[in-house]
Design a protein around this ligand. Structure first.
Ligand code: MN
Length: 232
């Protein structure tokens, strides 16, 4: 007997997986902020004094590569942030750094879309980042590349171009916290579960997007992402 709901049940968000028709179900989206030294500096911080932080987006913020993203309301400064995304395949809490990669199903590349103007107000006020980070369609994500196919991702060029012009380019090996360290640290705050996605932070070069822009991004050997920004 299937459960009855008093309002229409929400669709279960999911992401395509390279090499199979089966999909990755999204449970939660965790994000790391301030995880590349040059990006911390461009945001006016000191990477030695401000360690990486965690925030979240709702699971239904995911949009697949190739989707048009409407320019969101309540901002005049929408920014791109290209990031390595970790897909958790096995859950746990208090995960040891040495065992962390055993919890990874695969890797993708994502764009942590950000209302930079609202984030600046929130930072100044010591207020939550939710409306700066967790809005509708704020998490374009590429198909997931299984670790079983490509191994684990510790290095590799990460890049983002807008209308063909390179905006961000770095190496994921430059991250302050590595993937195993992120998983270990995050799992001390929350029990991780299969279906969790972790956006691992963006390198320097973040900047504005406007309606009509075409965004391309990728991580060499992992995946590529493309989406447009369209008028609301
Ligand atoms: Mn980010």
């Amino acid at each position: 007997m299937s459960a009855a709901f008093v309002v229409p049940a929400p669709a279960a968000p999911s992401v395509a997986v390279i090499g199979t028709d089966a999909r990755f179900p999204v449970r939660r989206i965790f994000c790391v902020g301030r995880n590349y030294p040059e990006h911390v500096r461009e945001m006016g911080g000191d990477p030695l004094r401000e360690p990486p932080i965690f925030f979240t987006k709702p699971a239904d913020a995911v949009v697949p590569s190739g989707t048009d993203v409407p320019y969101p309301p309540r901002t005049a400064n929408l920014h791109h942030e290209i990031e390595l995304v970790v897909a958790i395949g096995r859950g746990g809490s208090g995960i040891a750094v040495e065992l962390a990669l055993g919890h990874v199903f695969g890797y993708a590349v994502g764009n942590d879309l950000t209302r930079r103007d609202l984030q600046a107000v929130a930072r100044k006020a010591g207020a939550p980042w939710d409306m700066a980070k967790g809005f509708d369609a704020s998490a374009p994500v590429s198909p997931i590349q299984p670790a079983a196919a490509i191994g684990h991702v510790g290095r590799g060029r990460i890049w983002l171009a807008v209308n063909g012009g390179m905006r961000q380019q770095a190496d994921v090996g430059d991250m302050i916290w590595s993937v195993p360290e992120i998983i270990a640290e995050l799992s001390t705050y929350c029990r991780l579960a299969p279906g969790d996605l972790i956006f691992t932070g963006t390198p320097a070069g973040v900047g504005p997007l406007v309606a009509g822009d075409t965004v391309n991004g990728g991580i060499d050997g992992v995946a590529t992402l493309e989406h447009r920004i369209v008028a609301a």
